[in-house]
Every structure is written in C-alpha cells, then in structure tokens.
Design a protein around this ligand. Structure first.
Ligand SMILES: *Cc1c(COP(=O)(O)O)cnc(C)c1O
Length: 389
C-alpha cells in the first residue's frame, strides 16, 4: 500500500512561478494592474477570443455575466444539474428560476436536443458545461440559441486548453474559465470571462469593479484614477496582479501540463481495461481536444457489491484521494427542501450522481502513482468491503 496520501488534485507550482509572484509582491502594486491586463491579452491570444475580463473567481464572473444580461425574477435559465453548485446558486440569487437539463449518461455532457426540450418563452440564458475537459457539441447548441435568440454562456471552468473541432473553447461566444487551484491552470483563486459581444464585456468589466467606468489601475496615475464615478452599482470581483502573474506563468505551461494529463489518462485506461466494476466516463465522438481536467469513473454498484461512499472511504484508507464531480445540484438539501426538486427529474444525471468519482489526476503525478491508484481500486473491489448495501 502507498505510504503517502495521494490527493485527487494538486496545483503544479514551479520555482519560476514563485519567483514571478515574489516579483509582484515586491513591486509596490499587488492588486489589479498591468499583470491582469497581460493575462487577459495572453488568454485572448491562446483562445483567439476578441476580449477578456479577469475576475476573482469563475463564480464572480458568472454573477456579473448574469447581471449584465439582466437576469431577474420571472426569468428561466437552463443549466445542467450535473455541475458545480455556484451556477445554480447565482441563478437563484438573481431571483430567476433554474431549469435543469439532463446530460448524456456516458459523456456527462448536455446537448442541443436535451436543451431544446426545456426552452420556453421565459428562457433568458442557457449555461451548458464543457465537462471534465472535453467539449460540448457547440455547433448545434449555438444554432439552437441563435434561432431562439437566447444568450449562451459556456461554463468553461474545466476547459482551459480544450478545443472543439479546430478551435479553442472561448474563441467565440461567451465563456467563463476558472483558475481555482484544482483546475488545469491556477491563479490561486481566479477566473476569466471571454466574449465577442463588446458591449456585454464592457458591462461585465464595469460590474466586476464597483460599477466604476474604469478598471482598478490607471497607467498614467500609476494607481487608481481618483476621479472615477459609479455608472451603476457593481460588485468587487477584480483579480489581483499577484494572482494574475501566477496565471501568466501557468498559461505558458498549459499545453505541456495538459499533455501530461492526457498521458496519465492513457495509462489509467490501459490499467483499468477489464476491471468490469469501473466504468470510465467516455469522450464524445465529435472532433475535440480533451484537456483532461478530471479523470471520472463510475462504480457499477451492483457488480462491486458496495456503494460509492464505501468505495471512496476504502480508497482513502489505502491513501488514495478521490473527489465527486458532481453531486446533482437539484438533490442538494436547499434545492430539495426549499425549491421542491426531487429524484426522478433527471434520470441520467441521478444515475451518475450516485456513482461518479474522480480518481487522482494532476501534472506532477507519475505513472507509478497511477499504478498505485489502480492497485488500490482492485484491492478494494476484491475485498468486497462493507458488503452489499
Ligand atoms: C470550479 C467550477 C466553477 C467555479 O469556479 P470558481 O473559480 O471556483 O468560482 C464553476 N463551474 C464548474 C463546472 C466548476 O467546476
């Protein structure tokens, strides 16, 4: 058994990253400034996006985007329940109604066909998720949104470096990336909104900093312009330079870090072939480049004779960390008890919600670490610990 605990994710921080952050800390300007502008420009070069606004988290970015779209009481917003809770929380906090759409059982991705069934005259936004580092099938989803004239916001929290057909996610439309420490690149905490809608992006820029008509940093003043006025009430979701500089250093290595993830996943697939209790999530069959944010598997609870919680607990006892991405949002306490959602609404989401877990995957892992995980998985399955539920 492994001696040291293997977490399911760990940020890849180099000495060079630390030197970059150190330099900003010593520079006299540590909050939003030139490094944020550089990160926005570098991300636009990487994705081909026409404009970007860095924010303090993807959650903050989603909040200002929903506000910039005037999402309000009476509106419906379509999003999967198989997502991180933040999107749905924000829809509710804007006073709107979340309308949950199911996902494909094996790719965990929603689709134009599933979304179409949920559109009504009240639908004011569609927020699908690029899942685990793979890409949504964007062409039909964009077509659907365009026909109905409904704004489309791509949740690209898992999709830094993902490509759909030949183009990077974020290349066009509106997409929100996360730089949380477990994501493919990190700024500690942080996020970034890209959009080809110039007026929407301007409003997002304003709303993320008090509703002032300026960003936090003015080159000529070498600080904040003291004359700035509130144009509308806004929030405080700006990304500091000490975070942005880490993102710049990480962005330089994103391709190589993602390549490493994909090599580790290939090794997982080899080693797990024939383990019939473990069903890896599948990649969609349209052309895409997978960023392998997560390596998600589902446990066949019948064949394994144990439920997912016991399986995770037993892996932990063998020093293997795991995560759940995600527990269906509509089955969280608030959404069940206060909003009245219940089981039966989204069969494929719920099937996965009970069975998915993320096995360790991060760039600094080795193939030997993957071997340790698979050995532990097999050991737990053979032991049939816990007995039948
Ligand atoms: C991580 C994540 C978010 C939120 O990102 P933060 O930067 O932590 O706010 C949103 N959606 C999905 C699918 C995520 O995984």
């Amino acid at each position: 058994m492994r001696k040291e605990f293997l977490p399911f994710a760990r940020p890849a921080i180099t000495d060079a990253d630390i030197r970059e952050v150190d330099a900003v800390l010593r520079s006299g300007w540590i909050t939003t400034g030139p490094k944020v502008r550089e990160l926005e420009a570098a991300f636009c070069r990487m994705t081909g996006a026409s404009g970007a606004v860095a924010v303090s988290s993807a959650t903050g970015g989603m909040h200002v985007t929903l506000k910039a779209l005037n999402i309000a009481p009476g509106d419906e917003v379509i999003t999967p329940s198989m997502t991180w809770v933040s999107t749905v929380n924000l829809i509710v906090l804007c006073g709107a109604t979340p309308v949950f759409v199911d996902v494909d059982r094996d790719t965990l991705m929603t689709s134009a066909g599933l979304i179409a069934e949920k559109i009504t005259s009240k639908t004011k936004a569609i927020i699908p998720v690029h899942y685990a580092g793979a890409s949504l099938d964007l062409h039909p989803i964009r077509k659907l949104a365009a026909v109905w004239e409904i704004p489309l916001i791509e949740d690209a929290a898992h999709a830094a470096g993902t490509r759909y057909r030949e183009t990077a996610i974020g290349n066009r439309g509106t997409a929100i990336f996360s730089f949380h420490p477990i994501k493919n690149m990190t700024t500690g905490e942080g996020g970034l909104v890209v959009s080809d809608n110039v007026s929407l992006l301007e409003r997002i820029r304003r709303l993320k900093f008090h509703g002032l008509g300026v960003d936090a940093y003015d080159r000529t003043a070498q600080g904040r312009s003291p004359q700035a006025e509130v144009l509308e009430p806004g929030f405080k979701y700006n990304l500091p330079d000490m975070n942005a500089v880490l993102g710049l250093a990480q962005l330089d290595r994103l391709d190589s870090m993602n390549r490493k993830r994909s090599e580790l996943v290939a090794h997982y697939h080899d080693r797990l072939a024939g383990v019939e209790e473990i069903i890896p999530a599948q990649s969609p069959d349209y052309p895409h480049t997978h960023a392998w944010h997560l390596f998600i598997v589902r446990i066949d609870t019948d064949k394994a004779g144990m439920d997912r919680e016991i399986f995770m607990e037993e892996l932990k006892r063998r020093n293997i960390g795991t995560g759940i991405h995600f527990r269906a949002v509509h089955l969280h306490k608030y959404y069940r008890e206060v909003m009245g959602f219940s089981r039966g609404l989204l069969p494929d989401t719920e099937w996965n919600s009970d069975r998915i877990l993320s096995l360790p995957l991060f760039p600094d892992m080795t193939e030997a670490d993957v071997d340790d995980v698979v050995d532990a998985v097999k050991d737990v399955l053979v032991a049939k610990v816990g007995g039948r539920k």
